[in-house]
Design a protein around this ligand. Structure first.
Ligand code: PGA
Length: 265
């Protein structure tokens, strides 16, 4: 397996947390930590995903640091009479680089479907945004033995009608729903197995290029083991991304993998 062209990515999904001033304080603590504790490290791509209203502040606060900014959702249409929605051109214009698509909370509470995930991922790419497409099974699905079917279906639906060149630009996050916010980690070898399965659902010519992240109760104490797995290229972190003292060691875990990959390249 060739991993040399794959980036390591550590993304923080802030969900519905942080006021604008709290967001500013967190970015400044992260920037300070990256500049001191992580100085000289081979940094992974670091992507902060705050709420929509914090995006302008966070985009401006990360300037001059290696951090990038992602949104947590977007509409697939470019503009129009869709009250409450935010479109890709608006995110792009702001300086946002990534967008989380199809997070399980959006699937569970906001009616996101495999079809809307596909429309949104394609719209993000058409505007030069990198979609972080989330997939993962519920506890019920895992217990019923349908994890592989569910995850394969979600991945194949997300990339439906996408050119191979576009598939090469996406990021996939495997987030078992039962591991999100529960403190229950999916064991690393099992997470790696599912990430490998996800890779096998991508066109063979692009599969080795697509970063596949693990998400679900990632913590400073779990990141090293997760980053040692051959098919886990980074992490999508919720709760532990809200505090600099927890997110910095996770970035450090990503930096170790990033270094390993750069020496292999
Ligand atoms: P968690 O969330 O790290 O709090 O489990 C992960 C996510 O939902 O992306």
């Amino acid at each position: 397996m060739s991993t040399k062209s794959r980036k390591t990515i550590i993304a923080g999904n802030w969900k519905m947390h942080k006021t604008v001033s709290e967001a500013r304080a967190l970015v400044s603590a992260l920037a300070a930590g990256i500049g001191s504790e992580l100085a000289g490290e081979t940094l992974p791509d670091i992507v902060l995903c705050p709420t929509f209203i914090c995006l302008p502040e966070v985009v401006s606060a990360v300037k001059g640091s290696p951090m990038q900014v992602g949104a947590q959702n977007m509409d697939y249409r470019d503009s129009g009479a869709y009250t409450g929605e935010v479109a890709a051109p608006m995110l792009k214009d702001l300086g946002v680089t990534h967008v989380v698509i199809g997070h399980s909370e959006r699937r569970q509470y906001f009616g996101e479907t495999d079809a809307s995930v596909n429309l949104k991922a394609k719209a993000a790419l058409s505007h030069g945004l990198i979609p972080i497409v989330c997939v993962g099974e519920t506890l019920e699905e895992r217990e019923a033995g349908s994890t592989d079917d569910v995850v394969s279906r979600q991945v194949k639906a997300a990339i439906k009608d996408m050119s191979d060149a576009d598939v090469a630009k996406i990021v996939v996050a495997y987030e078992p729903v039962w591991a999100i916010g529960t403190g229950k980690n999916c064991e690393s070898p099992e997470a790696n197995r599912v990430c490998k399965l996800i890779r096998s659902c991508l066109p063979a010519s692009q599969a080795d290029m697509v970063p596949i992240l693990y998400g679900g109760s990632v913590k400073p104490s779990t990141i090293d083991e997760q980053m040692q797995q051959p098919d886990i290229d980074g992490a999508l972190v919720g709760g532990a991304s809200l505090k600099a003292e927890e997110f910095l060691p996770i970035i450090k875990g990503g930096a170790k993998r990033s270094k390993l990959m750069s020496t292999k390249a």
